[in-house]
Design a protein around this ligand. Structure first.
Ligand code: HEC
Ligand code: HEC
Length: 326
């Protein structure tokens, strides 16, 4: 009897050991999956720089995450003189196992991307590998950019970033608690094929769908649980909470699916235009956290395409408590 027990326990012990070794190998030896940065050079033509400027400031809104912003002002405008100089997102409370810091994207050699090659910036943007080879936290939307930014768009972005005035500023390093820090290592993926070109403004619906992705609308408007995990079947159904700086209250991302009762199904196109043109919700109040101050300068065609695509988001009934702004 005793012998059998010892053997069984031994077998279980061996299995546990094997599982632990498996996990260590998967996440610490085989991850993060990465390849050498490509030997590419960003163009320096005025056209490429202008295209990158539009994508960085008004579409992907990289600036909104990579600059210190005035969180107590509607639209999250960047702090003057600190554009693209990096952002510390601060402490989101004990339930959230990470503190994010988006690095400085200005060409400063020590604290910015000045010492990174164009290929390294490209790899960080779409394959999630930072300058030091580490896996980037996927709040940096590299999984989205891997599908939406082809080489021309991505290199135009690098071209524009290289023209920004260099600012010396180090927002510090992202901190992630175990085991989240381990799982994050499994997220990056090298690109196996370059993403398709972005749809032209004349292809209205395809362009609108692309904008809905590349603008990261999902990252704030999808419903999540208390650990920030997305809930299945609740795309764009709202509910994510954003505490505002200086005790100004809490902004809650609304349901922006086409559900008539709880979403934007009953909004007119003008109601939606006002969000992007003036930064005001249907109630007429200025919107906080929602990056309208960036999207606002999109071309009219792009805003119309975005609204048309938003109208097609499958309706999800989900009543969200309103924001409480003081
Ligand atoms: C939703 C917020 C958000 C948006 C939008 C965003 N980023 Fe980031 N980015 C981050 C965060 C946070 C990190 C750091 C992640 C970490 O430390 O693990 C990061 C990391 C990076 C890095 C890595 C730099 C290094 O030091 O290795 C680059 C490059 C970068 N982002 C470029 C961009 C560009 C270009 C865009 C727009 C096309 C963009 N990001 C949009 C949040 C964002
Ligand atoms: C950084 C997070 C964030 C991102 C990214 C974001 N939103 Fe929002 N959005 C919010 C929050 C929070 C509110 C509510 C703000 C308030 O109540 O003051 C909001 C409000 C809105 C409203 C207003 C609804 C009303 O009350 O009238 C619409 C429409 C909307 N967002 C659509 C979008 C679309 C489309 C995108 C992508 C192009 C997007 N949002 C990207 C956070 C975000």
């Amino acid at each position: 009897m005793k012998k059998i027990l010892v053997r069984v326990l031994g077998a279980i012990g061996a299995l546990v050991l094997l599982a632990v070794v498996g996990v260590v190998v998967k996440f610490y030896v085989l991850s993060p999956k990465s390849r050498a940065a490509q030997a590419v050079t960003a163009p320096s033509t005025p056209e490429a720089i202008a295209r990158g400027k539009y994508l960085v400031n008004n579409v992907a809104a990289c600036i909104g995450c990579h600059s210190p912003v005035q969180e107590d002002k509607p639209g999250d405008p960047p702090v003057e003189g600190k554009i693209a100089a990096g952002r510390d997102f601060g402490d989101w409370g004990p339930e959230v196992p990470f503190r994010l810091r988006a690095p400085n994207l200005t060409p400063d050699k020590e604290t910015g991307i000045g010492a990174m090659t164009d290929g390294e910036v490209l790899r960080a943007m779409r394959e999630g590998i930072g300058r030091d080879g580490r896996a980037l936290f996927p709040q940096m939307p590299y999984l989205t950019y891997a599908k939406t930014l082809n080489d021309d768009d991505a290199l135009a972005i690098v071209a524009y970033l290289r023209t920004l005035p260099p600012i010396k500023n180090d927002p510090g390093r992202t901190e992630i608690k175990f085991p989240v820090s381990m799982f994050i290592r499994g997220v990056p993926q090298p690109l196996d094929a370059p993403p398709p070109p972005s749809p032209a403004p004349t292809e209205k619906l395809a362009r609108g769908k692309w904008l809905l992705d590349v603008c990261s609308c999902h990252d704030c408007h999808d419903s999540v649980d208390s650990h920030m995990q997305k809930l299945p079947g609740k795309a764009l159904a709202g509910g994510m909470k954003f505490p505002l700086a200086n005790g100004k209250g809490v902004a809650v991302a609304p349901n922006i699916t086409s559900d008539k009762a709880t979403g934007i199904g009953a909004y007119s196109d003008d109601d939606l235009r006002r969000v992007f043109d003036e930064g005001k919700g249907k109630s007429g109040r200025f919107l906080y956290v929602m990056p309208w101050s960036y999207y606002g300068a999109m071309t009219k065609d792009d805003k119309e395409a975005l609204i048309a695509a938003l109208r097609l988001a499958a309706p999800v009934g989900n009543a969200v408590a309103p924001s409480e702004i003081k």
